[in-house]
Design a protein around this ligand. Structure first.
Ligand code: ANZ
Ligand code: ZN
Length: 825
């Protein structure tokens, strides 16, 4: 046979598959459905190895499922809005749309080169008006159902560029572009009320049986449910009340001060016109130069100041000073904390630093604690002391008692708090889906009527990197007429967070060309939920949580047939080179296109699937790639060599020689192993190595002289080999399949089933040596006793010739391998 010309083969079959629409999917009620989804990429310009890994994993599963009788939906698209396109516009003067579409075209070409079996007719791009029309529609449904609202929130502001910055544009507190110190600007922004779904999002994690445990834990922690109490502290000498959330109401008698978030609304009220006003203002400005991460980091020095007012402890009437501090966040709990230095480590350090009193209210059983001598907080449970009528109670019981007490007296109540915040979806950006809202002086906030969607992104926009946002500077966009009264009105100029676009794309794939609706419910019902989702663990929290939230909202509004989008989730490991993640900044990137050029897509795919189990990190290895390339060449040659014996007729397995039986064993064992490895744990690496061993067995068989080869056994082996390798290396197998005389695609074949009978190996072939030299081979029953086997070895004609007349010193038997007879003259 000619040599393995991957270039020709890959191009040829890609054309063929397109022409015969092999990967096109339609609903088919005769087959069970399977929705295979990989996270769609951001069109950054070029595919990287992480993409190749993600999509190769998905493709093997998709092809395997098809061969097992499923009707598989396997779509691809582009998460195409976002900041980099806008940065390119500012830096290089390329319009974000052109930049994005050029990248999409390039990456689509690269994906096709890899031979991934996508139904390209279902491709979506979130930046296309046919798509973002429905993203806008989604916003309106949220708005109409009280799940979208507007309030003031801080955004990063560069005073020199006079522009809002995304978090990723703030580097060490400075503007990424000009280096100026970033401050905060309080702007009216849009939010989605995800907190309304906190409890359901948390409870339903239990139903996600096919998700990795670690992802479920990350989601749980992100939602962050805490149970405790909200206690009401009055401000001394005013009517103001400070509600305070605490998980430790048992420590209420140990409160020695109160801390408000610097942004707390009472701070201004309480300091206005007092001697504290100026220093408090100064302190707040300093805090605003820190990011939220810095503020809450345990490394950051806790800093605060007294604001000149006192609060009254609701249970004992004690007056305690009110402070503000950097570590108290406005949007957690109530934005106010009761300081209990004796029993909270952070409070302990804060009190030590500022000389605030420390009051012990819980002690270990039978011990006392002296605040003077403590060098850290006592955070364990214990017995209540210094707590009035509650002294002597166990602190765990105190929690219940004190909640009952404050509820009875109207001093507070039981409270569940979530770490999860409402989702700030406003972005002061151009390259995103417009928020379909109009502001009219007469009618107020008016949603754009659905029949007027999409609100199109204008094209005549300037990208200066200055001003509130490009859309806000574009008067033809801003100025419009009110849909209610027809008077002059202004458009909302914020666009939506791109996480919104990716929170519903899996629905659109089920009905991508629908111009009446985002998707028909029947179509979604046919395919949803996604049976297998594959992607990077970096999306374990936000993308997956937002998608779950969207799905639940759409379910509640009657649009979605399901309330959880993804049944099974596989989070693939990273691709490493020289021990660290492949990345531009490290300069250790291996480009997929280079590898495909040099070895072909089949080798690239095979290597990436063979080198590690999908959930583990994968170390790139040039030798590993070479090895996979050599393996495909071996497959090519051995199939070529055995091809003359191959036939498609019926196979009869009688009168088999031991060698035939060995090959049948190898074939059927491999079918069993590969099937199990793929279907139970996605162990593609061990599946591939099983196929490699089978190829070794085929080579051994091919070495026999032709009269000993059995065409039926060969045909069974070649069928199985080529079909099982097809999901991994789709091109070479298609070529071999056709050379084997088939007209149909190998990818339409049924996955092979193994023959139990071929797996029973009750005979084994042994080598017989005399004085270490091989003299014969014998076949013996596998479970025969050592004694009998040793006798049998001495009884063959060939062996007899070497031992007759000599004295036998000893006979050595190595189980299932050989018998060595040691003789003396
Ligand atoms: C008094 C207290 C005593 C507290 C004690 C803890 C231990 P989780 O479990 O994370 O929900 N806290 C409340 N609001 C805060 C805010 N806006 N910024 C910073 N810290 C805040 O933690 C709840 C605890 O975090 C609350 O319980 C409060 O401190 C603090 F021995 O109140 B605790
Ligand atoms: Zn109006």
């Amino acid at each position: 046979m000619d040599s393995y010309n991957f270039k020709e083969i890959e191009a040829k079959w890609q054309r063929y598959w397109d022409e015969y629409q092999l990967n096109k999917t339609a609903e088919d009620d005769k087959k069970p459905e399977f929705y295979m989804l990989e996270m769609f990429p951001y069109p950054s310009g070029n595919l990287h190895m992480g993409h190749v890994r993600n999509y190769s994993i998905g493709d093997v599963i998709a092809r395997f499922k098809r061969m097992n009788g499923y009707n598989v939906l396997h779509p691809m698209g582009w998460d195409a809005f976002g900041l980099p396109a806008e940065n390119a516009a500012i830096k290089h003067g390329i319009h974000p749309s052109k930049w994005t579409w050029d990248n999409i075209n390039n990456m689509r070409r690269q994906l096709r080169q890899l031979g991934i079996s996508y139904d390209w007719d279902r491709e979506v791009a979130t930046c296309h008006p046919d798509y973002y029309k429905w993203t806008e529609w989604m916003f309106l449904q949220f708005y109409k159902n009280g799940l979208a609202y507007r309030k003031k929130a801080y955004a990063n502001w560069c005073p020199s560029c006079k522009t809002v910055l995304a978090n990723e544009q703030v580097v060490d507190g400075r503007c990424e572009r000009c280096g100026a110190e970033v401050s905060k600007k309080n702007l009216e922004q849009w939010f989605f009320r995800i907190t309304k779904y906190a409890e359901r999002l948390l409870n339903d994690i239990e139903r996600l049986e096919g998700w990795p445990e670690k992802v479920k834990i990350m989601q749980k922690n992100w939602i962050g449910k805490s149970e405790g109490a909200e206690l009401l502290f009055k401000v001394d000498g005013t009517d103001d009340v400070i509600p305070i959330f605490t998980t430790r109401p048992d420590t209420i008698y140990g409160v020695t001060y109160i801390v408000l978030a610097p942004e707390h609304h009472l701070v201004e009220t309480l300091t206005k016109g007092t001697p504290y006003e100026a220093i408090v203002k100064e302190f707040i400005e300093k805090v605003h130069r820190m990011s939220e991460i810095e503020r809450t980091s345990t490394e950051t020095e806790k800093e605060g100041i007294y604001i000149g007012a006192h609060a009254i402890n609701p249970v004992n009437g004690e007056k305690v000073p009110i402070w503000i501090a950097n570590y108290v966040l406005l949007d957690y709990g109530t934005g106010a904390v009761m300081g209990v230095p004796a029993h909270d480590e952070r409070d302990f350090q804060f009190a030590k630093k500022y000389g605030l009193p420390i009051k012990v209210v819980i002690t270990p059983e039978g011990e006392t604690l002296d605040p003077e001598k403590m060098d850290k907080a006592y955070v364990e449970p214990g017995i209540m002391v210094n707590s009035g009528e509650f002294n002597g109670l166990k602190s765990q019981d105190m929690i219940k008692e004190i909640i009952r007490f404050v509820e009875e007296k109207g001093l507070g109540k039981r409270k569940v708090n979530y770490r999860l915040r409402d989702w700030l979806i406003s972005r002061q950006r151009y390259w995103g889906a417009p928020i379909p809202i109009i502001y009219c002086e007469k009618c107020g906030t008016v949603p754009v009527p659905e029949d007027q969607l999409p609100v199109m992104l204008p094209t005549d926009v300037e990208f200066t990197g200055q001003g509130e946002s490009p859309l806000a500077e574009c008067s033809s966009f801003v100025n419009t007429t009110c849909p209610v009264c027809g008077g002059p009105a202004k458009r909302e100029t914020d666009t939506m967070d791109t996480f919104i676009c990716s929170s519903w794309y899996f629905f659109r794939y089920t009905d991508p060309h629908n111009s009446e609706k985002p998707f028909a419910k029947e179509k979604a019902a046919h395919w949803m939920p996604v049976d297998q989702y594959v992607g990077g663990v970096e999306h374990a929290i936000l993308h997956l949580l937002y998608s779950r939230f969207f799905t639940k909202v759409l379910y509640d509004l009657g649009y979605s047939p399901v309330d959880e989008p993804f049944v099974n989730l596989l989070t693939q490991g990273m691709v490493l080179k020289d021990g660290s993640k492949m990345s531009k900044s490290k300069g250790n990137v291996v480009s997929p296109e280079e590898i495909v050029d040099k070895y072909g897509a089949d080798t690239a795919r095979l290597f990436i699937l063979f080198a590690a189990p999908p959930e583990r990190d994968l170390e790139w290895s040039d030798q590993g790639v070479e090895g996979c390339y050599r393996f495909l060449n071996r497959v090519w040659r051995v199939v070529g060599e055995l091809l003359p014996l191959y036939h498609t007729g019926p196979r009869v397995f009688t009168n088999l020689s031991p060698a035939d039986k060995e090959l049948r064993y190898s074939t059927n064992y491999t079918i069993k192993k590969v099937t199990e490895d793929i279907s139970t744990r996605f162990n593609f690496n061990t599946a591939v190595s099983a196929i490699m061993e089978m190829v070794n067995a085929l080579y051994q068989y091919a070495d026999l002289s032709d009269e000993y080869k059995n065409p039926d056994v060969v045909s069974e082996a070649l069928d199985s080999l080529v079909i099982m390798l097809a999901p991994f290396a789709p091109h070479i197998t298609e070529e071999l399949w056709h050379r084997m005389g088939h007209n149909e695609s190998v990818h339409l074949m049924k996955w092979p089933r193994y023959d139990e009978n071929a797996l029973i190996r009750n005979e084994v072939e042994l080598v017989v040596q005399v004085n270490g030299k091989v003299r014969d081979k014998i076949i013996v029953p596998r479970d025969e006793s050592d004694e009998v086997i040793k006798k049998m070895a001495q009884n063959t004609e060939k062996v007899k010739a070497f031992i007759d007349g000599k004295s036998i010193v000893k006979v050595i038997y190595v189980k299932d391998k050989l018998v060595n007879i040691v003789v003396k003259e």
